[in-house]
Design a protein around this ligand. Structure first.
Ligand SMILES: Cc1cc2nc3c(=O)[nH]c(=O)nc-3n(C[C@H](O)[C@H](O)[C@H](O)COP(=O)(O)O)c2cc1C
Length: 327
């Protein structure tokens, strides 16, 4: 993990993956204070809210933390300025390939830039365009995902990229033994989301946490795409009524496309906004039947509410034990 901890400036190269609505001051500062690396989820936040959230997080920790920005956010430029104003050390760009302009702006501000590499060719492209580190995230993860599993992506990308730049692996990591395996394959660290949802410090509604504690790997299913003309990024979440509502929403948006009432990019934006609202309904309001309970397949390894420090200590001890067993 040494390269990972040097790069992030923390004790353990375990990043708390940004989760919309809940990766805010409490969870982010708790992860950084426990020696990991917390990341604020900007999501659809307007710039003034991000400004307040970063300031509040700085009040709660003196350790480094990152900010995750979505590339398609209409105010991306301003959000990058807010990160610069607070001298945020690491910016994570998610939700599609970042533009050259956004990359240059973040780097000019002196921040380190982390991006998601969904395939080897794109990993190489991101490196050429100046990205400092990569996250390789497989389809076991919770939230919006790509089509390839973590183990395959890691085998595809690590042998070619790991020597040249720090690569973090994400998706389906529930125990330290898996962290040890990815470190052995060349990763410098990992990113986890699902395991941190039931942290005491996480503001997720207690119904959301209870659903996680009850849930098993096979309950964390993928959303279905209804209309081939309307490509939607699949979302992994716990099976509930919401999954049927999403099918209905897609049909409604596809019908509007048919009637030429909206254009394709507007249709896709409506789907994205729909998800943000559905997640908020479940994770903040506690409606886990008609809201989206986004969760990764590692949900079955979440057994109780725990302090962040205990979760990180368990992961680190388990990883160390696994490496010792290998001699
Ligand atoms: C409830 C939830 C919300 C998420 N929201 C976001 C997000 O807003 N932006 C993002 O880049 N990733 C998001 N993710 C993905 C996480 O940052 C992280 O990469 C992922 O959870 C790692 O895989 P794991 O769930 O198997 O640990 C979310 C994941 C979950 C479970």
């Amino acid at each position: 993990m040494k390269r990972g901890t040097d790069f992030l400036g923390c004790d353990y190269a375990i990043m708390g993956g940004a989760m919309s609505w809940i990766s805010e001051r409490n969870l982010v500062s708790a992860i950084s204070n426990a020696g990991g690396f917390g990341v604020i989820a900007c999501g659809a936040m307007p710039p003034d809210l991000l400004d307040k959230e970063i300031a509040a997080t700085k009040e709660m920790t003196s350790k480094p933390f990152g900010v995750n920005l979505i590339t398609m956010h209409p105010d991306l430029d301003e959000l990058i300025d807010i990160c610069a104003k607070h001298e945020v050390s690491h910016v994570v760009l998610a939700g599609g390939l970042p533009s050259g302009k956004a990359i240059a702006k973040i780097k000019d501000n002196g921040a380190k830039l982390i991006a998601f590499a969904p395939a080897l060719a794109l990993a190489k492209k991101l490196k050429r365009s100046g990205v400092d580190a990569l996250v390789v995230e497989g389809m076991e993860a919770g939230g919006h995902i790509g089509p390839v599993s973590t183990s395959v992506l890691a085998q595809e990308i690590l042998p070619h990229m790991a020597e040249d730049m720090p690569v973090f692996v994400a998706g389906g990591i529930g125990r330290g033994s898996a962290i040890a395996a990815y470190l052995e394959m060349g990763a410098v660290g990992v990113q986890l989301g699902t395991r941190f949802v039931c942290a005491y410090e996480c503001i997720a509604h207690e119904n959301f946490k209870k659903a996680f504690i009850r849930g098993n790997a096979r309950d964390a299913i993928l959303s279905v795409q209804i209309d081939p003309r309307l490509p939607v990024i699949p979302v992994r979440a716990l099976k509930n009524k919401e999954m049927d509502r999403f099918a209905a929403k897609q049909r409604e948006v596809a019908d509007r496309l048919d009637r030429e009432e909206i254009a394709m990019n507007e249709a896709q934006l409506q789907i994205e906004h729909y998800w943000a609202g559905a997640l908020k309904r479940a994770v903040i309001d506690g409606d886990v039947e008609t809201g989206s309970v986004m969760a990764g397949q590692s949900v079955g390894m979440v057994k109780s509410e725990q302090p962040v420090a205990e979760i990180i200590a368990e992961l680190v001890d388990d990883a160390a034990a696994a490496l010792e067993r290998r001699g």
